[in-house]
Structure formats: structure tokens, C-alpha cells
Write a protein that binds this ligand. Structure first.
Ligand SMILES: *[C@@H]1O[C@H](CO)[C@@H](O)[C@H](O)[C@H]1NC(C)=O
Ligand SMILES: *[C@@H]1O[C@H](CO)[C@@H](O)[C@H](O)[C@H]1NC(C)=O
Ligand SMILES: *[C@@H]1O[C@H](CO)[C@@H](O)[C@H](O)[C@H]1NC(C)=O
Ligand SMILES: *[C@@H]1O[C@H](CO)[C@@H](O)[C@H](O)[C@H]1NC(C)=O
Ligand SMILES: *[C@@H]1O[C@H](CO)[C@@H](O)[C@H](O)[C@H]1NC(C)=O
Length: 764
């Protein structure tokens, strides 16, 4: 029996129905990827039909088996195929790959102020209304105040999107809505439209680009003006997630449409375990987005604090960790003996008076087979309701409270050593305290014949430690590209207030009957749209900047985090917490284009065939490519993985583009602790025009290190700009566990081409 409540973080549960069954004759959805769309017009649908007819035979329902034709931004289709038919198609001309449909799960009043984007003090650009943020998510609730189009003109002329489905109306704020369900599985709660039944997509959309909504709160908590990073920008929702999860065929269809529709920024708060890029629908879709000038922001995942858990690590996307803001939700417990304990909880209940207090371990339901050792965790069904009825129950584990509710308890105090750095809301009066405080409360219960207590209505307090990266945020090192630092940066993702679907339960319990318009939740899903909003803000000031330029601006101007509060340092927060206002004027940027990413992939061990799985075009890897590391990519951070005990030598060529004053001179400085030595050549860069580029080389040397990792940085400064890049040197596990990327790419490729089984992607 799992004692840890995996359901607490906002994640959708993986659907298991796609797990390979052995019925090979059954037709299942496959993605047939055919790469870049042919130049000039082409009749996608008829091309895809004829491929299907050739593979299935014209009489056998070729037309009916087609699920999607992708042909707006790249070429391919999704169709229901048996394993045999899939194999036949895989061997056909023009087919780059055939992938199974995999299921991915989904992984703010104050947060924008906390990052310096204040309501009054922020410069807004006239072109904000021309910026379109597209989201791949659970849908959106169009009637929410956050999506009011008051004072907004018609969508920008470039917009080609549509508003799909019945009972779903777009306006000048939500200018597009589409939905995708290749599996055809609808739960009773799912709307067959872009309407959101889960809350997640409504929350992320309003965080990125919601309108100003004064006087919002969660039962009085976190009171203030809810708003997105770019309140005047437009939103386009691509609903790819349903009760069962998010299918890869739908994700690719959404990328295909979003790129052609004309979005400027894509926000994708979902993902799976780290995997080679050619096997990852988000990496492939976002590569096409990058080629079309669209930056994709991704959540890093909610699998922290274990190392090597960061996902969505493609270098053409921005990978976002989650950190705290200076507001913490607490709920106090007062005992009959006068003791008071502070717990973490978003507690909307105001209990009147005091109530009998009982320990779950003292109230087992014997006839259900429970002992005190089980009922102390308050699992549903384990408690004896005669004993717990109308009482506050002390439990030895965090849960969604349903066990105590089932046993007619009135409130719950949960002691747990995990999740101490965030708060959840519950369907009953509840708070989460430390294990030490739990022991004291138990001692009180055992010390008296009539223990009683109360749980106070929640409050918010200032968190002076903020920002720190929250425990659940996925950590580096990057397992797909060891020489590239991921996550790239961090943004607020803890206890964020934003709009909600009024048909979805707001608390951690699915059975909570309460309905709200604004809700407080946590996740890298919540930090990702902060970066999408910030990216849209920069795009509104600099419409011509490339995805890499926007990302570089956000990284090199990020607020440096304190490693004393974040033991994993850069592996937790990358370059630091975004500072959208500073990112407007970064001084220098590290640009990169498709060619740079192709060179990078070739050096990662991709050959022309595996490369084209990602790029979809006629890119090639030169036969002479030396497979090696990622040092040559023009990236705004430096990572160097060394095998334990080896001497260190890393050489990182970089090129910066001047986007500051035409005549400017930058001086390099750096820090790297013993035994590292760094040199930067040249250490002075003089520019005489905007757009001018200059190259430099960073060399890192040193003896073997004994630490797991060493952090440093390189900074370019002129009179007004500070351009900072983090540097991390870390030891990898012995070679056995850490085979070179080239070998890994080969192995996973072989694996994936043989049995394309459902890699299950995770959600954030
Ligand atoms: C449209 O959706 C809203 C929200 O679920 C619902 O209240 C309303 O009844 C629906 N209208 C129709 C015609 O289905
Ligand atoms: C104990 O568990 C049984 C079986 O689940 C249930 O029927 C019964 O109501 C429970 N008893 C109490 C007192 O909660
Ligand atoms: C690379 O090798 C392949 C196969 O050996 C060959 O067909 C191709 O011409 C080579 N390309 C170049 C650029 O040398
Ligand atoms: C930049 O410097 C050059 C040469 O020193 C000078 O001719 C030019 O006027 C300067 N431009 C600006 C904008 O200051
Ligand atoms: C490319 O790499 C894949 C996976 O390692 C391999 O199966 C394939 O034969 C290679 N193709 C070429 C042309 O080398």
C-alpha cells in the first residue's frame, strides 16, 4: 500500500489502457511522421489516403482509419493501424517514422509582483495585443473574468486560427480554441470542446496572459488582483489533455495547427520521462515551432528532489523549474492544553469551537482488517467511524483527507516529513505539520482522557526564504544531454492563485463538491506559464527576436538564487529566477538557429536518419562529425560532466550579438572555485553597432574534483548590463551507468524501432 499520496501534486494519472496488449490485430492509433511539408501546396489528405490505401488495401477502411492529417506546418498523419500495417508503412518511401500513440500526463495574484513585474510600475508595449500565447493543455473556461476581452480590439491580422466545438465561444481575448482526442475516449466529465473540465488549462492560461481581475482570492486568502504576465496578449487553447491523459498524436496535431495558426509563444505544461528527442513528441513539435520563430516553454517535471529527473530538455525549448514566492499558506492547530502548532494548508474552513481529538492509530476498523499500524495513516476504509465521528483525527501521513471524511471525521491533522515547502487545499478542515510536532500532539492525546483541539482558518504569512526551488521540482543533471544544464531557469510554481474551471473540484480530493472560480495550486505546470508570459512580454517589446534570443535574455538576466537555500544549486534553478523587466534589455544575446541545433544533434551521435526524425527536413550530419559533447552549441550556460577522478578540460566557443547600445564595450569576469581555473578569451568585447556579433572562448581546467558538483559563473558587463551565465562541473557515475550519449541514442533508437511501446510521458 502506497503511503505517499502521489495524487497531491497537480498531475493527471497515466492511462494504462495503452500498455501493450498482445492483440496485434487490433488497430491502435499510430503517428506516421513524414517530416517537413513539401514546398508549395500539397494535398495532405489525399497523399495520406493513398499511403493508407497502399498499406491497408483500398477496400479495408483506409479512409476510416485516418485520425489526423498533419500538413499545415509539417507532414504526417495519425491513423488506426495494426502492428503489421504500421510495419508496412514504416518501410514506405517518404515515411520518416511510425510512432505509437503514447499517453502523457499533465504535470497568481502575487507572483508577477514578486518578479518585479508590478501592476503600476511596468512598461507595457503597444504591440502586446499582437502577441499570441498558445497553450497545449486541458482546455479553458471562456466565461472566466480572466478572459474578458474588455477594451481589446480584433485579433491581429496574421491570425489564422479557429474556434472549434459547440457551446464554446471565443472573443478578442481567447482568439482560438481547438481540441484533439485521437483515442476517442471521453469520460462523463469531459467536454467535447476546448472547454476545461479540470481547471489546469484555465489556470495556466490565466497565469500567462489573463486579464486584470481585481479583488480575487481563495476564500479571502491571497486577496489581490489576479493577472497574467501580458494582460493584453491573446490566448489560443489547444486542448490535448483529457481525463485519461494527453496523447502524443494529439500533441503533434496541436503543434501542427498552432504553428500554422500564427501563435508567437507556446506554453506546454506537460511531459514524460526524459527520452531521446526523436522519440519525444514535444521535442519534435517544438523543433518545428523553433524553425517558425516560436519559442516553446516547458515544465521541468514534478519528480524532484531526486537528481536526474528533469524532463523536456531539448535545447530549442526553455525548461522551467518551480520556486516559491514570498507568501506561504499556513493553518494553525490549537490543543486543549494551550499548545499551538503551525502547519501548511490552504484551509478554507473556519471551525467554531473545539472538538474531540483522536489518533488514527487508536481507531482502527478491525472488521475491515485494519490494525492501528494501518489506521494511523488514515487510509480510506481503515478507520472506525464510531470512534472518529465528528472528531479531529491525527494521522501519520499526508493524504487527500478522504479516509477521515469517509469515517465521518470533522477535521484532520497530518504529520509528514515531506511536502513541508508547499500547501494544498482539502475538502475538510486540515493542516500538515512536521513529524516532531505530530509526536507532541500524540503525547498530548495520550496524556489526557479528553483531548480536544481546533484547526484555525488558513492565513498567509511572508516567506522570507523565498525564492527557493520547491522540493517536487525536477532536478538535473540532464540525462539526455549530460553537457547541457537543465532546467534552464525557475519561476513561481508554489501555491499560485489563478482562474479555475467552475466544474472542477478545487482541492486535492476528486470528491470535493466545492466549486470555485479561482484556485491555488502548485506545480512546474504553474511555473511554465510564468515564463511563457514573460517571453510574450519580451516578444511584445522585440517582435523580431528569435526563440533563442528570447530565451537567452531570460536566462542571462535571471535573479541569482542562493545556493545555501537550494542544495542542488544550478541543478535545481538553472540560471536563476526570471526577471522579465531586466530581460527586456539583456545587452548581449546568445542566438541560435536550426543549423546550430542540427550541428548539436549530429555531435550527440545522431546520424542523418535519426536527425531527420527530429527535423523532418533534408538536414544531414556530415560523415566526419566527431561525436562528443554539447559544448559547441551557442547556449547561455555551461555544463561539464566529468568521470569521477578525471582531470577537467572543457572548451566552450560562444558568440554574442549586441542588442544594447551601438557603441559598447563588455568586460568578462568569472568565478570558479578550486580546483577549477577558467579563462575567457578575449576578455574584452567591443561593439560599434547593434546586431554585431563577437565570439569568445571559455576554457575550464582543473584537477579531479571530489565534490559531486562545483558551481561558477561567467559575466560580461558594460556600464549598464550584466550578462551572466552559470557554469557547472559535475562528476558522473562510473561509465557503466553512464554510457555515452551516442551509444544511448543508438540503443534507444533500436529499441524504439522494434517495439514502439507506449513510453509513458509524465505531466507536470
Ligand atoms: C454550455 O456550457 C455551460 C458550462 O458548462 C453550461 O452551463 C451550459 O448549460 C451549456 N449550454 C449548452 C447549450 O449546452
Ligand atoms: C468498517 O469497515 C467495514 C467494511 O469496509 C464497513 O462496512 C463498516 O462500516 C466500517 N465500520 C465502521 C465503524 O466504520
Ligand atoms: C557519407 O557516407 C555515406 C555512406 O557511406 C555516403 O553515401 C555519403 O556519400 C557520405 N557523405 C559524404 C558527405 O561524404
Ligand atoms: C560609435 O563610435 C564610432 C567610432 O568611435 C563613432 O564614429 C560613432 O559616431 C559612434 N556612434 C554612436 C551612436 O555613438
Ligand atoms: C543511424 O543510426 C541508427 C541508430 O543507431 C542506425 O540504425 C542506422 O543504421 C544509422 N544509419 C546510418 C545511415 O548510419
Amino acid at each position: 500500500m502506497a503511503t505517499k499520496p502521489f495524487f497531491l501534486l497537480y498531475t493527471l494519472v497515466v492511462a494504462s489502457f495503452l500498455i501493450c496488449c498482445h492483440c496485434t490485430e487490433e488497430r491502435k492509433v499510430h503517428i506516421v511522421y513524414m517530416g517537413e511539408k513539401p514546398k508549395g501546396g500539397f494535398a495532405a489528405k489525399s497523399m495520406h489516403h493513398s499511403i493508407l490505401e497502399a498499406a491497408l488495401g483500398s477496400s479495408s477502411g483506409a479512409k476510416e482509419s485516418l485520425v489526423y492529417s498533419y500538413g499545415r506546418s509539417f507532414n504526417g498523419f495519425a491513423a488506426r493501424l495494426t502492428d503489421k500495417e504500421a510495419t508496412r508503412i514504416r518501410e514506405m518511401d517518404g515515411v520518416v517514422s511510425v510512432l505509437p500513440n503514447t499517453i502523457i500526463k499533465l504535470h497568481t495574484t502575487k507572483s508577477w509582483d514578486f518578479m518585479g513585474l508590478t501592476l503600476g510600475g511596468t512598461v507595457r508595449f503597444p504591440s502586446e495585443g499582437d502577441v499570441i500565447v498558445g497553450l497545449l493543455d486541458t482546455g479553458i473556461w471562456p466565461e472566466s473574468d480572466s478572459f474578458s476581452d474588455k477594451d481589446m480590439g480584433p485579433p491581429p491580422a496574421k491570425w489564422k486560427g479557429i474556434c472549434q466545438g459547440s457551446n464554446f465561444t471565443c472573443n478578442n481575448k481567447i482568439i482560438g480554441g481547438r481540441y484533439y482526442n485521437s483515442e476517442g475516449i471521453y469520460a462523463s466529465t469531459d467536454f467535447k470542446s476546448p472547454r476545461d473540465s479540470e481547471g489546469h488549462g484555465t489556470h495556466t492560461s490565466s497565469t500567462a496572459a489573463g486579464a486584470l481581475v481585481p479583488d480575487t482570492s481563495y476564500f479571502g486568502l491571497a486577496f489581490g488582483t489576479a493577472r497574467g504576465g501580458v494582460p493584453k496578449a491573446r490566448i489560443a487553447m489547444y486542448k490535448v489533455c483529457w481525463s485519461f491523459g494527453c496523447a502524443s498524436a494529439d500533441i503533434l496535431a496541436a503543434f501542427d495547427d498552432a504553428i500554422a495558426d500564427g501563435v508567437d509563444i507556446l506554453s506546454v505544461s506537460l511531459g514524460g520521462p526524459p527520452r531521446p528527442f526523436f522519440d519525444d513528441p514535444i521535442a519534435i513539435g517544438s523543433f518545428h515551432a523553433m524553425k517558425n520563430g516560436i519559442l516553446t516553454a516547458n515544465s521541468a517535471g514534478n519528480s524532484g528532489p531526486d537528481p536526474r529527473t528533469v524532463t523536456n530538455v531539448a535545447p530549442w525549448t526553455i525548461t522551467v523549474a518551480a520556486s516559491s514566492i514570498d507568501r506561504k499558506f499556513i493553518a494553525k492547530v490549537a490543543l486543549g492544553n494551550g499548545q499551538i502548532f503551525i502547519g501548511n494548508s490552504i484551509n478554507r474552513f473556519a471551525l467554531v469551537g473545539t472538538y474531540s481529538l483522536i489518533y488514527g492509530g487508536g481507531a482502527p476498523n478491525i472488521s475491515a482488517g485494519a490494525s492501528g499500524d494501518i489506521s494511523k495513516y488514515c487510509f480510506p476504509g481503515s478507520l472506525n467511524s464510531y470512534k472518529t465521528e465528528h472528531k479531529i483525527v491525527l494521522c501519520d501521513s499526508i493524504s487527500d483527507g478522504s479516509g477521515v471524511l469517509m469515517a465521518h471525521g470533522l477535521g484532520v491533522i497530518m504529520s509528514d516529513s515531506e511536502y513541508s515547502d508547499l500547501a494544498f487545499s482539502y475538502p475538510l478542515p486540515a493542516t500538515v505539520i512536521s513529524v516532531e510536532d505530530g509526536a507532541q500532539i500524540l503525547a498530548y492525546i495520550q496524556s489526557t482522557s479528553n483531548p480536544f483541539a481546533t484547526i484555525l482558518m488558513g492565513e498567509t504569512i511572508e516567506d522570507v526564504m523565498a525564492p527557493t526551488v520547491v522540493s517536487f521540482s525536477s532536478r538535473g543533471p540532464n540525462t539526455v544531454v549530460p553537457d547541457m544544464l537543465k532546467p534552464d531557469l525557475t519561476a513561481p510554481g508554489v501555491d499560485i492563485l489563478a482562474a479555475w474551471s467552475p466544474v472542477a473540484p478545487p482541492s486535492v480530493s476528486e470528491d470535493d463538491p466545492l466549486r470555485v472560480k479561482y484556485n491555488v495550486i502548485s506545480g512546474t505546470s504553474m511555473s511554465c506559464p510564468h515564463v511563457s508570459g514573460a517571453a510574450a512580454y519580451i516578444k511584445s517589446a522585440h517582435p523580431g527576436w528569435s526563440p533563442a534570443a528570447i530565451k537567452s535574455a531570460l536566462m542571462t538576466t535571471a535573479t541569482v538564487m542562493d545556493p545555501r537555500k537550494n542544495a542542488d544549486a544550478e541543478f535545481a534553478y538553472g540560471a536563476g529566477q526570471i526577471d522579465p523587466r531586466k530581460a527586456l534589455t539583456p545587452g548581449l544575446i546568445f542566438d541560435a538557429s536550426e543549423k546550430d541545433y542540427v550541428d548539436f544533434l549530429c555531435k550527440q551521435g545522431y546520424n542523418t536518419s535519426t536527425l531527420r526524425l527530429v527535423t523532418g527536413d533534408s538536414s544531414t550530419c556530415p560523415n566526419t562529425t566527431t561525436i562528443g559533447n554539447a559544448w559547441g552549441l551557442n547556449y547561455p550556460s555551461f555544463a561539464l560532466s566529468v568521470i569521477d577522478g578525471q582531470r577537467i578540460l572543457g572548451v566552450f566557443p560562444r558568440t554574442v550579438t549586441n542588442v544594447g547600445a551601438p557603441n559598447s564595450t563588455y568586460y568578462a569576469s568569472w568565478a570558479a572555485p578550486y580546483p577549477l581555473t577558467v579563462s575567457v578569451t578575449p576578455s574584452l568585447l567591443s561593439f560599434s553597432s547593434v546586431g554585431e556579433t563577437k565570439s569568445f572562448t571559455v576554457t575550464v581546467r582543473g584537477g579531479a574534483i571530489s565534490q559531486q558538483f562545483i558551481s561558477g559563473y561567467i559575466v560580461w558587463r558594460d556600464a549598464t548590463h550584466t550578462v551572466r551565465m552559470p557554469l557547472v562541473v559535475y562528476t558522473t557515475l562510473p561509465p557503466d551507468d553512464d554510457e555515452p550519449m551516442a551509444a544511448r541514442v543508438r540503443r534507444s533508437f533500436d529499441g524504439s524501432s522494434r517495439h514502439h511501446n507506449n513510453g509513458i510521458l509524465g505531466a507536470n
